[in-house]
Design a protein around this ligand. Structure first.
Ligand SMILES: Cc1ncc(COP(=O)(O)O)c(C=O)c1O
Length: 375
């Protein structure tokens, strides 16, 4: 059998990882500033994480949501404590798309309305509603087409107000920092406006924190910079440091009912052990502060390169926009300097490293970046 060939891949076979470094099958060392697409939050094979998962595997790996799983309650408690959203409720699932799918559905169950506001440049995943709310017609199949999604220009308050005046809005879904869209930071005033319009119109504010959440921005949720709460936060990626786990946290005003949401795998024992290990390390090693400090340092240093069009982002979610003629920078970083980075269109280098990236590794990148630009 062949693989279903949907990914353009680099000819590199990664067989080992330690912290911010990964190694291929020939023993070549790479600096990982991509984290497998923002997934590695506490570093590859973090010892506490490995120990937690190993211990759990020796006890029980999986049982379904038909029995008590105390680890879920422990995870909810820890997440409330670390995120500061202690009065929220946790529903666990398996991926970012699934988190957004559940959030959009839950919003509609809550206010019995249908229309969703999403934004140009947004990426919310590949399941039915999540992909419909994603601004990329190429990945929307005919069966996903719906007139329930209203796409608005990014950061356009006038369009936002008008959409609320002319439609019965169920929810607004927005990334605090657009990732796939090229590291675009949502202005604080814009998030505050969404909050007040949602309150006024009984709509649900959904903060897609799948990529920009879990401490990546230097705050637990990047939407927190605006000083307002969303009704639902969606999470995945960094939540399990590579173990597939996603979740949504839900404001106390939205009440649960049996059968409203559900999943076979979500919240299983192993996933919870991974999720707990991540939060324990984030807390123990002060990783929000490290993301803010090392990220802030990188952003300031990157702004000094005169060839760079713009540096955007917060904490360790950084976009470096380059002019079209510097289109081979990412490739050079990978194949000449052995540094993994991400990309966004048209020519943005995306940095999404582990939250415990050291300043020494940041400097290693800056040196390689300078050399690449000067070639
Ligand atoms: C902001 C955002 N939301 C949702 C998703 C979908 O997550 P997943 O690939 O885990 O379904 C992604 C993935 O890149 C994302 O960046």
């Amino acid at each position: 059998m062949k693989l279903f060939d949907v990914y353009p891949i680099n000819p590199i076979n990664i067989v080992k990882g330690v912290g911010s470094l990964v190694y291929d099958d020939k023993g070549t060392e790479y600096l990982d500033l991509y984290g497998g697409h923002a997934v590695i939050s506490i570093g590859h094979t973090n010892p506490h994480y490995v120990m937690r998962l190993e211990d759990q595997l020796h006890q029980i790996g999986f049982y379904s949501n038909s029995v008590e799983i105390p680890l879920q309650k422990q995870l909810a408690e820890k997440l409330g404590q670390v995120s500061g959203k202690e009065d929220y409720q946790l529903f666990l699932c398996n991926s970012g798309a699934e988190a957004n799918e559940n959030a959009l559905k839950l919003a509609s169950f809550y206010n019995l309305k249908k229309k969703v506001i999403a934004f140009k440049g947004a990426f919310h995943g590949r399941t039915s509603l999540a992909v419909s709310a994603t601004d990329n017609p190429k990945i929307i199949a005919p069966v996903n087409e719906t007139n329930n999604i209203i796409f608005l220009p990014w950061k356009d308050e006038t369009a936002l107000v008008e959409a609320f005046e002319t439609n019965d809005i169920s929810s607004v879904i927005i990334e605090g920092i657009q990732g796939v869209g090229g590291i675009q930071v949502a202005p604080e005033g814009f998030l505050q406006k969404i909050r007040s319009l949602c309150d006024e119109h009984n709509a649900v504010f959904i903060a897609d924190s799948v990529q920009c959440g879990y401490g990546r921005s230097g705050k637990f949720f990047s939407h927190d910079f605006a000083g307002v709460n969303a009704d639902i936060y969606t999470m995945a990626k960094g939540m399990g440091n590579g173990f597939p786990i996603g979740g949504i946290i839900i404001s106390p005003k939205i009440k649960p009912a049996y059968g409203m949401l559900g999943t076979t795998f979500g919240g299983n024992h192993l996933a919870c052990a991974a999720g707990l290990a991540v939060l324990e390390v984030i807390e123990r090693d002060n990783l929000l502060q490290n993301a803010a400090e090392v990220g802030g340092y990188l952003i300031e240093e990157l702004k000094k390169f005169k060839q760079v069009v713009e540096v955007r982002g917060r904490g360790l979610m950084i976009g470096i926009e380059l002019p079209a003629e510097l289109s081979s920078v990412r490739k050079d970083l990978l194949f000449k300097h052995h540094i993994f980075t991400g990309e966004a269109k048209p020519n943005v280098v995306r940095l999404l490293p582990a939250l415990n990236l050291t300043k020494a590794y940041a400097d290693r990148f800056l040196e390689a970046f300078a050399e690449t630009l000067n070639q």
